[in-house]
Design a protein. Structure first.
Length: 319
């Protein structure tokens, strides 16, 4: 077994399926690490294998090749040290919001008293603003946003070492999505848990993440880059667009999704090559980690002002 440097380490992960035409490689050579307490998002077009990677991290699926390690131990099965929030709410329809969270807490700490379990569940329901009687409603009596808040509270309540979010806001309207993003930021800032999240929304990724992993198009998808979100925390979704580094990061992500994700896609002859940054950490490069880029730092001078502001940012600042 190789030496492990990060809290979570993914080594040479690949997923292949048999088809009538032969073997289909969804993704391959996926290598990356996640530091303890880090918030990492992953972005890529549909079909590149993002959800499969998350399911392997959760122990809900197996990779064809490669392995996942957490704290130096290989992940092979589901466990309560990893919590998952899916786009679908996955709540028990016959239980109230409170009892849905209590069920998870009881499974995590079976020796807790009933009152301790209830108090612990209430703590996390309060963090997502679901008290004052709302916690006593069943899922059918809650809006979609409220149901997702219950799912988030339940996942955080078991205090997992790694929280996995699979497009948790994808089915919500823009206003509700924004409100729950705020709730997620608040609860994460209080718990400092390690988070790995799938999203298709570049603005959401910039708001939430410390780093964003970019996947090329499938089949033969790869993790091409690790983009550092070099913006100060705490972040506010109403003011983040005024940050000088915001549009350099956003433009880099959009350019990748529109153009480079296809150009860098792999193939059966392995012809596509991903450039490795000469300044990349030698240990990371040696482990096959994707090159890390910092669009905000690259675009900003010593004064912290953008050297090449986008038209969108100029318009915002002028307003």
């Amino acid at each position: 077994m190789s030496k492990h440097y990060t809290f979570v380490e993914v080594e040479n992960l690949a997923k292949r399926f048999p088809t009538r035409e032969g073997e289909l490689t969804v993704f391959e050579k996926a290598n990356f690490g996640i530091e303890k307490g880090e918030f990492v998002c992953i972005i890529g077009h549909s079909g590149c294998g993002k959800s499969t990677i998350l399911n392997v991290l959760a122990g809900l699926d197996t990779a064809t090749d490669g392995a996942v390690f957490m704290e130096g131990k290989e992940v092979s099965d589901p466990a309560l040290d990893r919590g998952v929030v899916f786009q679908s709410y996955s709540l028990f329809p016959w239980k109230t919001a409170l009892k849905n969270v209590m069920f998870a807490v009881r499974a995590r700490w079976p020796h807790m008293s009933k009152q301790e379990i209830k108090d612990h569940a209430y703590k996390y329901l309060e963090m997502v603003s679901l008290t004052g009687g709302t916690e006593l409603r069943k899922p059918a009596e809650l809006s979609g946003g409220m149901r997702q808040r219950v799912s988030i509270a339940r996942a955080f309540a078991i205090e997992p070492k790694l929280l996995l979010l699979d497009e948790p806001f994808g089915a919500l309207d823009a206003l509700t999505r924004g409100n729950i993003q705020d709730e997620l930021i608040k609860i994460w800032s209080q718990t400092h848990q390690t988070v790995f999240m799938i999203t298709h929304d570049v603005d959401e990724a910039i708001l939430l993440a410390d780093r964003i992993l970019l996947m090329t198009n499938g089949p033969y998808a790869r993790i091409a880059e690790s983009v550092k979100v070099d913006l100060e925390r705490p972040r506010d979704r109403t003011t983040i667009i005024h940050e000088p580094g915001y549009y350099p990061i956003r433009n880099h992500l959009v350019d990748f999704l529109v153009k480079r994700s296809k150009e860098l896609a792999g193939g059966p002859d392995d012809g596509a090559q991903i450039d490795v940054d000469a300044n990349q950490d030698k240990e990371d490069s040696g482990r096959g980690f994707p090159p890390e880029v910092n669009p905000a730092k690259d675009a900003l001078g010593e004064t912290g002002k953008s050297q090449a502001e986008s038209p969108q940012l100029k318009a915002v600042n002028a307003g």
